[in-house]
Design a binder for this molecule. Sequence first.
Ligand SMILES: NC(=O)c1ccc[n+]([C@@H]2O[C@H](COP(=O)([O-])OP(=O)(O)OC[C@H]3O[C@@H](n4cnc5c(N)ncnc54)[C@H](O)[C@@H]3O)[C@@H](O)[C@H]2O)c1
Length: 246
Amino acid sequence: MTRFQDRVAIVTGAGGGIGLAIAKRLGSEGARIVMADRSTDKAKALTPEIEKEGAPDIWVSQCDVSIEEQVEATVQGAMDRWGRVDLVVNNAGLMTFKAIEDLTTEDWNKVLGVDLLGAFYFTKHAFRRMKPGGNIVNIASVHAVMTSPLVAPYAAAKAAVLSLTRTSSIEGKPKGFRANAILPGAIDTPMLWENPNIKSGAEKIDKSDVGRPEDIAAAVAFLGSDDGAFVTGAALDVDGGRLAKL
Ligand SMILES: NC(=O)c1ccc[n+]([C@@H]2O[C@H](COP(=O)([O-])OP(=O)(O)OC[C@H]3O[C@@H](n4cnc5c(N)ncnc54)[C@H](O)[C@@H]3O)[C@@H](O)[C@H]2O)c1
């Protein structure tokens, strides 16, 4: 399939885990890819993998998504290179693990800066430049609607990302833009296995409830392509049914 022929997609946090799978999938369908990651060494080392999937062109942009100037430079850099931005996938994310009694303002600012403001900055600067057909896909989490102990800033940030997605879809509609969110469940990446709640056994996950990064990439390819033309403001669970359980 070449649903992204001639299109340009920015994927944040593309230097690993889910972001890499998204970059590969969009590249395999013809997209030119901007890998926006704070760690460019990792991202650069991975470009051959994305090229192998068929991506016609790749640009690695050093970008801490919590710094607005770097976000604007990334979006403008794509415009300067290719004259268009069609899709932004706000995927970069991080977590902290602390009880509410121990959380500091710094902890909150760090998580909200990446997980919420990063998505806001990219939406803002993409909205200023995209043509009708422009598209935003925000990678939220099942923690946006149900959660576990020790991750208050993460859960709050992801819930706010759903709200940002709704506002983006409403404000984007007259401009011909769409915006949707995906709520991944447990996905087999370093972020999952480094989670202290999982390591300690406090949060148990059945093997059948663990998805692959490619499962999220497939949902992004649907929402990000014309197949999702009538879908905007939606929140799509991609969690193997975890949220549906009692
Ligand atoms: N893995 C899961 O089980 C799971 C579940 C639900 C949601 N998610 C969400 O999916 C997204 C990707 O998660 P993952 O599991 O692939 O994580 P990961 O830790 O494997 O990869 C995250 C990537 O984001 C990059 N990144 C982190 N902070 C950044 C910043 N400030 N600026 C730019 N890049 C930055 C990292 O360098 C890394 O390449 C995140 O938003 C996460 O919250 C993951």
